[in-house]
Design a protein around this ligand. Structure first.
Ligand code: FAD
Length: 474
């Protein structure tokens, strides 16, 4: 017999979308039940995404810096890597954060139920409890926040030892001598960078003509150069045509512009070709919720599905599949349920690739402007002219601002360089607050910092940058 209970708001999925929603709802006085399979809220982001990858990337950066330090007269020798300790560090970070979020849920009196949820209709969900048994939960409103999982390539063999997805790669069971990364998107490049820093010979294969397809090419270039120095090879406009798992590794056959002749043997393969929404198995067919042909739940600007009592947020509803987008959608959905006049319509959702150098952008990109035939002015400040970048021996970066040529309003910001992920926050604020080139130019930035590159890009717009002589064409 399944137990029956009731709640005002059921949040299904405890990732950064789900727990942000549950917490705000509790703050607004709602009685909330949060359901997830893990021991604590956190979702993909905290357990097997953003957080463990960034802990490992921090270590990768340290390793790269110690190698680079030889050029400054400091030699550390080859590092000795204690993999078990490194894994323990990463797991400690995850445990601290997920445990912390669990505590915050308790403090807010959010009821956390560990189990797999399936909708029975527009007001009931059945939960298969992890500890055994079933619970039927009746709700007034529900927010679906079940996130996404790694996409698989049909026809590729399945072998969790040799063929990894991002979750398997983050387990860091060993450091394979030769690793093939299939997919040159941000997850492949971040995890490929970790393994390259730890000593793997990494090959990256990407079907598109450039890494990070969709990002502005001038932002990707400095990263692409660094990646080529660090990995064995980058095969662009090339695809994996076949894979065979054998005793001593995975034999891979390539097709396309840079295909290697014959088959190549790798110890492991990391497949990172994108993610797909977790909408199957959720019982959506017993409601009026509609999904598109890729499985994304269809929502309006209040994150409402076609079923009036059910909202959906995060990776489940579409791109960009990023934690901060999920959290903001979650908060918007809760406010809409609470009857506030809200809509999810950000002017800028930042995207950050946490490689070295980092690549970050927000608002309108140059690529999008071109595709939409929108006239923009672009002002670039090369980091070679930044005092702070020189002190770091990192002149490879670039900061650029995209302006409306008529109003001088900042429409987008792009940055490539160490710390770009932190610097982009100023860009988000500029775009959201409708700042103009003059606003950025006149805001005094501290010296010597990389943030000055944002201010000086605005000066470049007027042909008056202190450190770059680039007069405006009359
Ligand atoms: C390797 C990697 C690195 C990443 N790095 C970044 C980064 O640096 N920055 C960034 O912004 N984003 C990053 N992401 C993306 C980020 O993790 C996701 O965008 C984010 O987690 C989406 O949040 P969400 O709340 O939509 O769902 P998720 O975090 O996916 O959480 C969904 C939760 O729902 C649970 N669930 C699913 N089905 C059910 C069910 N039927 N019943 C109960 N529970 C269920 C799942 O167990 C999961 O805990 C990364 C992803 C990966 C894989």
């Amino acid at each position: 017999m399944a137990e029956t209970s009731t709640t005002q708001l059921a949040v299904i999925g405890g990732g950064p979308g789900g727990y942000a929603a549950a917490f705000l709802a509790a703050d607004l006085g709602m009685e909330v039940t949060l359901i997830d399979l893990e021991a604590n809220p956190g979702g993909v982001c905290l357990y097997r995404g953003c957080i463990p990858s960034k802990a490992l990337l921090h270590v990768a950066k340290l390793l790269d810096e110690t190698r680079h330090a030889a050029e400054w007269g400091i030699e550390f020798g080859e590092p000795r890597i204690k993999l078990a300790k490194l894994r323990a560090f990463k797991e400690r970070v995850v445990d601290k954060l997920t445990g912390g979020v669990g505590q915050v849920a308790k403090l807010r009196k959010v009821r956390f139920v560990r189990g797999r949820a399936k909708l029975l209709d527009a007001h009931r969900v059945e939960i298969d409890l992890v500890e055994g048994g079933r619970e039927t939960l009746e709700f007034q409103h529900a927010i679906l926040a079940t996130g996404s999982e790694p996409a698989k390539v049909p026809g590729f063999p399945e072998d969790p030892e040799r063929i990894l997805d991002s979750t398997g790669a983050l387990e860091l069971r060993d450091v394979p001598e030769k690793l093939l990364v299939v997919g040159g998107g941000y997850i492949g490049l971040e995890l490929g960078s970790v393994y390259a820093a730890l000593g793997s010979k990494v090959t990256v294969v990407e079907m598109m003509p450039s890494l990070l397809a969709g990002a502005d090419p001038d932002l990707v270039r400095p990263l692409a150069r660094k990646i080529e120095e660090r990995v064995d090879s980058v095969l662009l406009e090339t695809r994996v045509a076949g894979m065979k798992v054998q005793k001593n590794g995975v034999k891979v056959r390539f097709e396309g512009k840079n295909a290697v002749d014959g088959e190549k043997l790798f110890d492991k393969v990391l497949v990172s070709i994108g993610r797909r929404p977790n909408s199957a198995g959720l019982g959506l067919e017993s409601t009026a919720v509609v999904v598109d042909d890729r499985g994304f739940v269809q929502v309006d600007q209040q994150l409402r599905t076609r079923e009036p009592s059910i909202y959906a947020i995060g990776d489940l509803v579409g791109q960009p599949m990023l934690a901060h987008k999920a959290s903001h959608e979650g908060r918007t959905a809760v406010e809409a349920i609470a009857g506030h006049k809200v809509a999810f319509e950000p002017a800028a959702i930042p995207a950050v690739v946490f490689t070295d150098p980092e690549v970050a952008w927000c608002g309108l990109t140059e690529t999008e402007a071109k595709a939409r035939d929108r006239k923009v002015s672009v002002a670039r400040f090369p980091w070679a002219a930044s005092g702070r970048a020189q002190t770091l021996d990192r002149s490879d970066g670039v900061t650029k601002l995209i302006f409306d040529p008529e109003t001088e309003r900042v429409l987008g910001v792009g940055i490539c360089g160490p710390g770009a992920g932190e610097l982009i926050a100023e860009g988000v604020l500029a775009v959201e607050m409708a700042a103009t080139a003059t606003d950025l130019k006149l805001s005094i930035h501290p010296h010597p910092t990389l943030s000055e590159t944002v201010m000086e890009s605005a000066e470049v717009f007027f042909g008056q940058s202190t450190h770059v002589f680039r007069p405006v064409k009359k």
